[in-house]
Ligand binder design. Structure first.
Ligand code: CP
Length: 309
């Protein structure tokens, strides 16, 4: 088996194109496993994993836990709410206490950008970033690309537009790195105030007109407006945002070709995407969620093979 070039999964920025291929090839094998009547393999019977979530999550948390259990790992779950973090315990103290219980790997979501890297430099365990503030969400980008590969055959040469709140989105940044490393062309689309000033340094196209962006692309990844990360008002009202950047069925059907529609979730139905688009045949939103388990099984399996025992 080929080895990954990194010891922790902090971001897609640090992965090589070959790393992404290895993860996809491993996910292919696990996807076959999770479609069998017996969905479990004994691969990680000797591995203990802590899922440490300092921020809310539905998909990522459930998906990691399911992936770990399907690999037969022992799993402990930690949520900051209801923990001693509320009494002032630091991140490193919290995680070191968990590691004293002989944990091999930490899957962490944290509101601060850089928290996963900070942790990886201070603890003796593999660290998997499950989203660190506005920085990266590597497993989301991997499952997004994997879903494009599954739907369109390959990612190379495909045109992908990421629409919405690019400024506050870790999903956008991880997707830009992942798609470019696989040879896709990337465009971002949204109001000027929600496009970061450094975007051109990333080598992506910028389009402020949604119809033009959709006519250009093969795949549209519609992002949620992250109101919880917005300290000031970036657009006059949600209603106006929806009028300019929301994808509805009328707009989708009026395009000159059939595009693939994605969304990382959680969806705000009626804001960035209408229900009839989210639930349409062109949407692969639930395929993304399904593929998340196979991708996370692959990631955990590959990083577990690097644990020093
Ligand atoms: N896509 C995603 O990260 O969803 P959750 O916040 O529910 O984990």
């Amino acid at each position: 088996m080929d080895n990954l070039s990194v010891d922790h999964l902090i971001g897609i920025e640090h992965l090589t194109p070959r790393d992404i291929e290895i993860i996809f090839e491993t996910a292919d094998r696990f996807k076959e496993v999770i479609n069998r009547p017996i969905k479990k393999v004994p691969s990680l019977r000797d591995t203990t994993i802590a899922n440490v979530f300092f921020e809310n999550s539905t998909r990522t948390k459930l998906s990691f836990e399911l992936a770990e259990k399907r690999l037969s790992a022992d799993v402990v779950n930690f949520s900051a709410s209801g923990s001693s973090v509320k009494k002032g315990e630091t991140l490193v103290d919290t995680v070191n206490n968990i590691l004293s219980m002989k944990v091999d790997m930490v899957v962490m979501r944290h509101p601060n950008p850089g928290a996963a890297k900070f942790l990886s430099e201070r603890v003796d365990a593999k660290v998997i970033n499950a989203g660190d503030g506005t920085h990266e969400h590597p497993t989301q980008a991997l499952l997004d690309s994997y879903s494009i590969r599954e739907k369109l055959g390959e990612v190379k040469g495909k045109k992908v537009v990421i629409v919405g709140d690019i400024l506050h989105s870790r999903v956008a940044l991880s997707n830009i790195y992942a798609l470019q490393k696989q040879g896709a062309e990337v465009m971002v689309c949204g109001p000027t105030t929600l496009i970061p000033k450094y975007i051109h340094e990333l080598g992506v196209k910028v389009e402020h007109n949604l119809r033009k962006a959709l006519e250009w692309c093969d795949v549209a990844n519609m992002l949620r407006i992250q109101l919880e990360r917005q300290d000031i008002q970036y657009f006059p009202s949600l209603r106006e945002y929806t009028m300019l950047y929301g994808l509805d069925k009328k707009l989708l059907d009026s395009l000159s070709k059939k595009i693939v529609v994605m969304h990382p979730g959680p969806i705000n139905r009626g804001v960035e995407i209408t229900s009839d688009v989210a639930d349409s045949k062109q949407s692969i939103i639930l395929n993304q969620v399904e593929n998340g388990v196979a991708i996370r099984m692959a990631v955990i399996y590959l990083f577990a093979s690097k644990i020093n025992r």
